[in-house]
Design a protein around this ligand. Structure first.
Ligand code: ADP
Length: 195
């Protein structure tokens, strides 16, 4: 198995890159943001519970998020590997993810972070908001809140994965294809070394 986390601030391009990587490396893509939005659209109980958090730019409570993630992994554990996009986002989620994977004799191999400055992110997200219809992309206040949530709750994961020697970051600014090439280079080197 080959399991990776794609990591970065809101708007850093995690989803776009994960979409490409899942095909190239035959990975099962789990995007917690997409799962929440699907549930909101279908008005499931989970969607009803999560909606206000997403709309306001807050993180959904760990207990809800972790349960959804655990279901998704358990239902798909026969795949060649997972690409986690938007999860983990808190230290508690990271610990729970390790515990879950360990239960199935699996682990995270690499965490790839896309580095992008806040100014570029705000511009990208406001732009995305014009067509995505996402409430959380349409106001600079909400975008700033998400960036603050990241600093407070998600940034500590850099240390978590660095300690495990799994954290790699790449420059997330530039042409989309160039950014993809940077990630592919990193992953291919890892896979070659692993043999
Ligand atoms: P972005 O990276 O642009 O914020 P996502 O689709 O990854 O977009 O996430 C959108 C929203 O979904 C988040 O602001 C949050 O409300 C919720 N969400 C996604 N993943 C998580 C998570 N791991 N924990 C808590 N909330 C999450």
């Amino acid at each position: 198995m080959f399991n990776i986390v794609i990591f970065g601030k809101p708007g850093s391009g995690k989803g776009t890159q994960a979409d490409f990587l899942k095909d190239k490396y035959d990975l099962y893509h789990i995007s917690t943001g997409d799962l929440f939005r699907k549930n909101i659209l279908n008005k499931t109980n989970l969607g009803i519970e999560a909606k206000s958090f997403l709309d306001n730019g807050d993180l959904v409570p760990d207990i809800v998020t972790i349960k959804m993630l655990e279901n998704e992994v358990t239902e798909n554990k026969g795949v060649k590997g997972f690409i986690f996009d938007g999860f983990p986002r808190t230290s508690y989620q990271a610990e729970k993810l390790d515990a879950l994977l360990t239960k199935y004799s699996l682990n995270i191999h690499l965490t790839i972070a896309l580095d992008v400055d806040n100014e570029t992110l705000i511009e990208r997200l406001l732009n995305r908001g014009k067509s995505s219809g996402r409430a959380d992309d349409q106001s600079e206040d909400k975008i700033n809140k998400r960036l603050r949530e990241y600093d407070k709750k998600t940034k500590p994961l850099i240390e978590f994965y660095t300690k495990q020697n799994k954290y790699k970051s790449i420059n997330g600014i530039g042409e989309m294809d160039d950014i993809t090439a940077r990630i592919v280079n990193l992953l291919d080197n890892y896979l070659n070394d692993r043999g």
